[in-house]
Design a protein. Structure first.
Lengths: 255, 255, 255, 255
């Protein structure tokens, strides 16, 4: 299980969300309160849209809390749309390629959760990645496999539909293999403009996911950045929050 | 604050203490129970006596819990005398040079605790390191400074006396600088044969330190390796436990 | 292209071959003379048989020449059978999982060379890995794929036959995809006892591979460890050198 | 010996100098042509002025040529004033703290060369660092010591005079200790506006240093970024090139 954060809206420094809030994402890397484990120390990553059409990535295998480079970058880099992720491995190795977010052209994605029975499902899931995207499969996580599967399932044409298909593909495979361990996930996907934030579980224990809208700013995050929960809304289970900039466009059921 | 472990006695695999016990040192790297912080993820190290007069060292900046090399080494390396340490930084950087243990010729040392006011004391403490040992000062921690200071204070002639002098040197410097933050520490020092395990605080809150003697085996450790505390003895505050192989030779007051 | 070394015979320290010879493997990591590139700085690894049936592994993403842990381990670890490898990436990332050697149970393998057109062949090559071995596929290199393919091709029953089949599988796939870039490789495979050292190219430019037999010691290596080449024999192209301990059992053609 | 680059002028992407030129700094990390060693693989760093008064830093222990984060950052970050450095250690460890550039408030510095007899001089050199700057001494290199010494020698009041004093301090100490190994260095120092580029040696073998002025751009660099040397000027030995933005203000002798 991991913790993540997606931001859209007015241009801000990454540190404004990664370091400054009382329960900032970097604070969550050591002291998460709504996850199975408090420590998310198996690498981290940030991805931001800035000067290029494709996002920039900085992913590292050290814990976020003691990476001096992250502190510098978060203080210098301004963005109107960025992702950040702190990782708690559910079994796969700590390598940069296994750190989120993942990026392909102008697209970016990140994930929290677990595909039950992934050891048995890795190969069938990878079979749903097209040859052209398989070249970019650099790690071994379920998260990265889900990201590249989406393209094959029509992400570029209809993101919500692709997300629905991804969920049903995973659950169908689990049934075929008679896997009873659940599929639980939150996921953020963006084309650089619109943001799709999924919260789902095959049982009824979806990982937590919140959003907060403030003047010119939208934050979607595994755990609220403040202890006071005023203004933080839960994304309903099995729904996708669709937003653009700081505007929530829709919250749609995937079922 | 950190967690450490020192072993002497019959030759065993490092994994027998680092991974196998229910509250093993690697388990303590994520879930310490008697430290200020539960997570000791700012690097780690092992040092062992084996085929050479000087110890071997393996120190790494990743958390111990997700380092696959450590798992391999702990499974292959057997030793009758070794140290292991998981680090929670009290401010200094995460680098190999700041990871414990430290070694010089046949000597090895490691530390848990904090020198109150270290920012002001770093330089005066380093002034107590001789030129020849200063060449081996590779990091910036208080721990490493204390280790090299000991040589100047007569470690090779009389280790207990050197330890006493080290403690009083630190506390004298703190008084001179009017530092009220305490000096709290546990420390293990060995010449490859005898082991000196210090527990001390300038106030009365010394970090925890336990020892356990079993048939042919002596373990000194920040926290017991089992949940059941039977057979685990506390090292008294301001005392040095002196041992050789699996035998406790003495427990002496440093005051 | 990379540089590697395999040793069998009397128990020696790893440093005796990794650091001490004038053109040691670590020296070759900076100044290789028979490779396309002089620098092999994209990670390294050692694997050795010691206290367990399966080998120990130490793989790291830093260059071998500046890794202080390697220096320590090579000075402490004695083995009668070990592999060492310094890596120059031909495109894939620098991660521990992409560093050689690879190990599975009592087996170990490492590789130098390149599968021409690997970008197109990665997926079809992986299709030759059985489900059970695919779980251990942790990286993205051609080298690791070739290693796990071997098991599917009968490695455990007849290693030389498996190696022949691996070569012909690769070359058949290259033909099918109309890839004209060659398949060039040297590879060392062992079950912990016998050593199989392949030198091959689909054109006639196989990477260099030498062996030297001395009293109680056999070394197979990409480049001789001494400037003086006396006593260093070339493994013929498209042949496998079969050895056990310090004895060469056979040198067989794979065609 | 290392290779470095300093840029001032119109805002450009870091990649325009780090990756794109035929003999770019990253290319020089593997294939330097005017240095004692061709490989500068012992870490690297970039420092740039952007959104804050103090520079941002990204320093890493991997070789520059295989760091995917650097590629991303260099493609996203634009700056009108930045430093970049690829390191070949002359003995000290590969750690982030030993990577250049070094930064203090709005100041930044980097270095190439060697203080002959540094093992003997480390301590006396450090004695020239004020207490307040000593807190920021995080590594063990001569380079970082020289940088912090400069503040004590009046850097903030008169940079050229401080540089002269630094040189004479080093050379005086060398004489006192009867060290015959030379002091050779190039160094870049900036307050974020003006750039001071020193080339000096105590014998007559100063490391190479070039500058090139083009429309709106000034580059100072260890080796020209192109094979064609047209437009590249050598900084004379024992001189400091003083520039601001793309303008060369003066080239002054330090003797």
């Amino acid at each position: 299980m991991c913790r993540w954060l997606a931001y859209s809206g007015d241009e801000i420094f990454l540190e404004d969300l990664l370091f400054k809030p009382e329960h900032s994402l970097v604070e969550q890397s050591q002291h998460a309160t709504e996850a199975k484990v408090a420590t998310n120390g198996d690498g981290f990553g940030v991805g931001w849209y800035g000067q290029q059409e494709e996002p920039g990535l900085y992913r590292e295998i050290m814990p976020a809390w003691n990476d001096c480079n992250l502190r510098h970058l978060a203080r210098q880099i301004k963005s109107s749309h960025f992702f950040a992720h702190v990782r708690a491995s559910t079994g796969t190795a700590t390598s940069r390629a296994n750190c989120h977010p993942f990026a392909y052209e102008n697209w970016m994605g990140m994930h929290n959760g677990q595909v039950g029975g992934y050891e048995q499902l890795r190969r069938p899931l990878e079979a749903h990645i097209s040859d052209c995207h398989y070249l970019n499969r650099m790690g071994t996580t379920d998260s990265e496999a889900l990201f590249y599967m989406l393209f094959c399932l029509g992400l570029e044409e209809n993101p919500v539909k692709a997300i629905c298909r991804m969920v049903s593909t995973v659950e169908t495979l689990q049934k075929e293999k008679e896997i009873t361990a659940p599929f639980r996930c939150t996921m953020a996907i963006t084309d650089g403009k619109r943001l799709f934030s999924l919260r789902h579980a095959s049982d009824s224990y979806a990982p937590s996911l919140y959003w907060q809208k403030q003047e010119g700013r939208l934050v979607v995050v595994s755990e609220p950045l403040s202890v006071d929960r005023t203004g933080w809304n839960k994304v309903p289970e099995s729904h996708v929050l669709i937003s653009e900039g700081s505007e929530v466009l829709d919250i749609v059921s995937i079922q």
